[in-house]
Ligand binder design. Structure first.
Ligand SMILES: [Mg+2]
Length: 423
């Protein structure tokens, strides 16, 4: 079986660990430069505040003290994420981070009772050792684990842990009540096209003819159908159309050389930016990681990772590459031979939000030019082959100073910012 451990309202929960007075209150976390809302507590969602809402629109509520808005503290979130992974690694053999706040785990060779105990103990342990609330979903496939997690989150009856088997009455009931657009990896547009064929919910899709739908739609859809039936066919690393942007690759041979690593990260960042523009989104932050070969017990191991804010929500390759390189410089240590490097883009917003966040950046006259440049680049690379034009030199004079009006301390990574306790 496969488990999905997903932290509840991750950024807000990280802040609440160190500021318990925020518990139960409407809290939002803002993109860098305090531009717009990128994370919300349940209470803030209930007030109707949408993702991407510009911070200035919330000023009246803020002044009346009805809500709390915090600057994003990516260093804290990245470190808390690594701690969640460490707790999970104590309990299970294989942990595969899917994003900063979601991790898949393998739960093999357990009977029903042991499986329930294991899932419950993951739920308890993460809370106990990190202070973060999570939900655990378990199923025979990634798609069903994702659905189980969604159930654990949305219905209090599960008390944070939901386990689905392939053919139970419960699974059938849930699939019947899950709209196609809510299934992992299937978007609203696909849902509309499938509705024309009379397929409305996950149960309809599960029983549809996978081969025919593959011919008319995609192999992703066929795999999803099989996964809904309990046949596992999505690999942990597979993120085709999975609504995340992650580019990583294992090297042909391990290398510790700075120049090689820098080139790899540059290329990954560039490809990630292309994907971002293709789906018309902007990213607020990125996550960079390196891995040594864990099977080489004779070599020293190092698997560093870092989450860093981008200067503003963007899909421009240049700041994305420059930020990724800067992150690499901070995590790279000489003396290790790395086997893999990757870049993941975080906190994706629709391009339309950019119009609003532009109001408070200084380079708005540059914006249309930058957009034309990126479009030209993508067109050329599409026509003439990938990497026809690519970035060799980092951009200088990036406006690197961020405005962070209400930034919390980096409690877990800086000695000078430890939590202070009064007696
Ligand atoms: Mg989450």
């Amino acid at each position: 079986m496969i488990g999905l451990v997903d932290c509840n309202n991750f950024y807000v929960s990280c802040e609440r660990v160190f500021q318990p007075s925020l518990e139960g209150r409407p809290v939002g976390v803002l993109s860098n430069n305090d531009g717009c809302v990128i994370a919300r507590s349940t209470e803030l969602k209930a007030m109707g505040v949408e993702m991407g809402t510009p911070a200035f629109r919330l000023q009246p509520c803020l002044q009346r003290g009805e809500i709390h808005l915090l600057s994003s503290n990516y260093e804290l979130y990245g470190d808390m994420s690594a701690r969640v992974r460490m707790v999970l690694e104590e309990g299970v053999d294989e942990v595969e981070p899917y994003s900063i706040d979601e991790m898949f785990v393998r739960l093999e060779g357990l009977d029903d009772a042991a499986l329930t105990r294991q899932a419950r103990s993951l739920y308890d342990d993460v809370r106990r050792y990190t202070g973060l609330p999570v939900c655990v979903g378990v199923g025979p496939t990634h798609t069903l684990a994702k659905l189980a997690n969604h159930m654990a989150k949305s219905s209090a009856a599960y008390q944070g842990v939901c386990i689905l088997t392939a053919d139970s009455d419960e699974t059938r009931y849930l699939l019947r009540h899950t709209p196609i657009g809510d299934i992992w990896g299937l978007g609203r547009r696909l849902a509309e096209r499938l509705a024309l064929l009379g397929l409305r919910n996950a149960w309809d899709l599960r029983n549809a003819d996978a081969k025919t739908l593959r011919r008319h739609h995609s192999v992703v859809l066929e795999r999803t159908i099989l996964e809904l039936r309990g046949i596992s066919c999505i690999a942990m690393q597979d993120d085709e159309a999975r609504r995340r942007i992650m580019v990583s690759r294992s090297f042909g041979r391990a290398t510790g050389e700075w120049q090689h690593l820098r080139e790899a990260i540059t290329q990954h960042a560039q490809h990630a930016a292309e994907k971002l523009r293709h789906q018309r989104s902007l990213a607020c932050a990125l996550y960079v990681f390196l891995k040594t070969n864990r099977h080489r017990h004779d070599q020293p191991q190092h698997t560093p990772e870092l989450v860093v804010a981008l200067p503003h929500p963007t899909n421009d390759s240049r700041p994305i590459i420059a930020t990724a390189r800067r992150a690499l410089a901070r995590i790279h240590r000489p003396g290790y031979r790395y086997m893999k490097a990757g870049v993941m883009l975080l906190d994706l917003l629709d391009t339309e939000h950019h119009q609003l966040s532009l109001l408070d950046t200084t380079d708005d006259t540059e914006h249309p030019r930058n957009e034309r440049l990126m479009t030209t680049l993508d067109t050329l690379n599409r026509r003439m082959g990938r990497n026809t034009i690519s970035f060799g030199l980092p951009t200088a004079n990036a406006p690197w100073k961020l405005r962070c009006g209400n930034l919390s301390s980096r409690y877990t990574t800086r000695w000078g910012e430890l939590l202070k306790v009064k007696a």
